[in-house]
Design a protein around this ligand. Sequence first.
Ligand code: ADP
Ligand code: MG
Length: 431
Amino acid sequence: MVADRTNADRSPQLRSGSVQVLVIGGGGREHALAAALTRDPAVNEVHAAPGNPGIASVAVTHAVDPVDGKAVAGLALRLGVDLVVVGPEAPLVAGVADAVREVGIACFGPSGQAAAIEGSKAFAKDVMLTAGIPTADARVCESRSDVTAALQAFGSPYVVKNDGLSAGKGVVVTTDRAAAEAHAAACGRVVIEEFLDGPEVSLFALTDGRTVLPLQPAQDFKRLLNGDEGPNTGGMGAYAPLPWLTEGFSDQVCERVLRPAVAEMARRGTPFVGLLYAGLALTAGGVKVVEFNARFGDPETQPLLELLETPLAGLLYAAATGRLDETGPLKWRSAHSVAVVMAAPGYPTTPHRGAVITGVEEASALDGVRVYHAGTTLGPAGLTVSGGRVLTVTGTADSLADARRTAYAGVDCVSFEGSQVRGDIAATAAE
Ligand SMILES: Nc1ncnc2c1ncn2[C@@H]1O[C@H](COP(=O)(O)OP(=O)(O)O)[C@@H](O)[C@H]1O
Ligand SMILES: [Mg+2]
């Protein structure tokens, strides 16, 4: 592949049909990324490892362990790809992006050291403190007496966070002091922090380590049940844009949060290259960071990529090669997109696998609907459930109300035994 520069705008232009991309991961986010990459006219072929049955319809899939850096780098070399895009946090924290860059291939995704901004809540707090980024006051606790003192100091509701990666199960927010103590004891090193009150917003930014390009804000729904009841999950739905946000929100967060974080990571000699995700709470005292993630969020990525008009491969390649300053402003469809997750029975604690899934093709045939696979597998019985979050159904339309109707029309086509679906994704915002 060759990146030509047009003299006119100096933007990095990828020659049409020249780019080969390898996507690492096998969830709904990776399905959406792979699909958006195939829509980019610069892209010739998309590969994925390990992928899933949905990804296999848009990419060539390879049975490679996504957290094995050597194996991923070897696959990238063998395929001769120009760009590797690492989707999930586990491979990033394990240093898969480092392994890919070591063999001379461009990689969209932070180094293992930079991914610590997601991999360690204590590290992220340290970055925020140094860079003056607004966040909840917090204490890192290593012992039982630290925990007791911190819970006492911040009071109820208690917020106790496991320091390391925990697949969405590391945080307990509770008014029950005993439950807070029990969670801390089960974790080891924890961050205990001030409770933040207010709606949450996700803001993603592409960065090459210097230039920061924010996407549109999105909102996800973390609780399992309608009305934000039930246990926390990886996310049960999302939508974008957020019509209720004040104008200039992204710029403000970019100035106060994203740019300072990227600058601080560079200052430390561990520049962050890839997608920086700020989870934000809109509190009475202003916007505060709940957490950083080192990768695209799932399921917010699914609706965001429905709306992004700028070709994705060019953007990710520019970020991976330190040339994001040459990309113009992002182009967005003036539309709304809603993603609804269909989860397995028993999710999030003990998802039951094996149910037969029907109706995916019917749903996908509807105008404005796309179905992204996550926990699915293809076997003798056809498509069956193989993981907690099974499918994400997106609906995209001119208004938020129509986008909701479209997404739920798609959901109505699909069925598997015991499916769990929230009925109120984006409902309040659409009213
Ligand atoms: N300080 C806080 N105050 C109130 N709620 C919080 C706070 N920190 C986290 N939460 C809630 O817990 C969820 C998970 O916490 P987060 O820090 O995002 O960890 P993770 O995504 O790694 O599980 C958040 O989305 C938010 O709803
Ligand atoms: Mg989170």
